[in-house]
Design a protein around this ligand. Structure first.
Ligand code: NAD
Length: 326
């Protein structure tokens, strides 16, 4: 069963990197305990279950759980074949309000991440939440430092991440093509906000691969609701709660509807979902395979009805976001 699922999981090429990433990516921020407490055994089980189901793309950051996510992921991946795994981590963000995009810090940061991840190269290194940094410093100092590491083969590809598209535009409009290989956008391709889709032609023009993260809007589109730190305005939180209840009344989990919609978006190589338990991995792998019509879905019509109800509950907050950065 495991082998069949591994073969079924679709893969897409991430921009010009040549990396063939699974359409479902493993978001490892929950391994840092940022959504709920975690233990090593269950994290390892989750990571292994994902890998055996064909998920080959794992994203973390030193910021998640103050390096705990990287450590947990490193321990879990140590038992798996490195050449079959694509690891993404980040530089520049080290705490809620602690950013440092200097060349010295980011170079040291990559070394530290290599140790925690128990590897001698990182497939994708990303500048984490650039809108909180000085964007000119990112262009003139951070990216050149990472390019040196890319030339040495310590990191294979370079990316930038953030919430407002304006930050991506600022950087990509000022760098030669090929400087940035990938962007990671979050909370902009989910049931309550599809603004990323309009940006895809721009990213294609800039020759960057696109990663979509947080299809569940960082927990808003789940039965259990978002964590306390979630930055969404109250109106959005309330609408998401109402939408989750509507789905539940239809006998469907809103997380399933949300992931199934996001993961099929053309032009997006992979969708990162935060996962830290075997059960959540299993549910999301099944949703992915069903969304692509690769395994049967006995409750599809029930889900379609629920999706209409959910969309209706969210229509008043469509596109609502929150401030992020300087
Ligand atoms: P998400 O939208 O993936 O939601 C994660 C939450 O949903 C967690 O609490 C998780 O346990 C829960 N969940 C996942 N699947 C579920 C299911 N089937 N049923 C019920 N609950 C479920 O948000 P996220 O984790 O913030 O984003 C995914 C990943 O993307 C992150 O882990 C991280 O790797 C990456 N990311 C990066 C940035 C950035 O670089 N700035 C920002 C956001 C996310």
């Amino acid at each position: 069963i495991v082998t069949v699922k591994t073969m079924l999981m679709p893969r897409r090429t991430l921009g010009g990197t040549g990396l063939k990433v699974s359409v479902l990516g493993f978001g490892a921020s929950p391994l840092g305990g940022v959504f709920h407490p975690v233990d090593e055994e269950s994290c390892t089980r989750a990571v292994h279950a994902a890998f055996h189901a064909g998920v080959n793309f794992f994203d973390t950051s030193p910021f998640y759980g103050a390096t705990k996510s990287e450590m947990m992921l490193g321990k879990a991946l140590a038992g798996l074949p490195r050449s079959e795994i694509i690891i993404s981590t980040k530089v520049g963000r080290y705490g809620q309000d602690h950013f440092d995009f200097s060349a010295e810090r980011v170079s040291a940061s990559v070394e530290e991440s290599l140790g925690r991840l128990q590897t001698n190269y990182i497939d994708l290194i990303q500048c984490h939440d650039i809108e909180f940094g000085d964007l000119d410093q990112v262009i003139n100092e951070t990216l050149p430092a990472l390019i040196k590491l890319r030339e040495k083969g310590v990191v294979r590809h370079i990316g930038i991440t953030g919430l407002p598209f304006s930050a991506f535009h600022y950087v990509l409009d000022r760098c030669p093509l090929g400087t940035v290989d990938v962007i990671l956008s979050y909370c902009h391709n989910c049931l309550n906000d599809d603004s990323l889709v309009m940006e895809l032609p721009y990213f294609e023009e800039k020759h960057v691969g696109v990663i979509n993260a947080s299809p569940l809007a960082m927990g808003l589109l789940t039965k259990q609701g978002p964590p306390d730190w979630h930055p969404a305005p109250l109106a959005l939180k309330e609408a998401a709660k109402a939408a989750a209840l509507k789905a539940e009344e239809c006998g469907v989990d809103i997380a399933k509807i949300a992931l199934a919609e996001a993961i099929k978006t053309p032009g997006i190589a992979t969708t990162l979902v935060g996962m830290a338990t075997f059960e959540v991995v299993t549910a999301n792998v099944t949703t992915t395979l069903q969304a692509f019509g690769l395994v049967p879905n006995d409750v599809q019509s029930q889900e379609e009805t629920a999706a209409l109800e959910v969309r209706d509950a969210l229509k008043g907050v469509m596109g609502m976001t929150w401030p992020s950065g300087r």
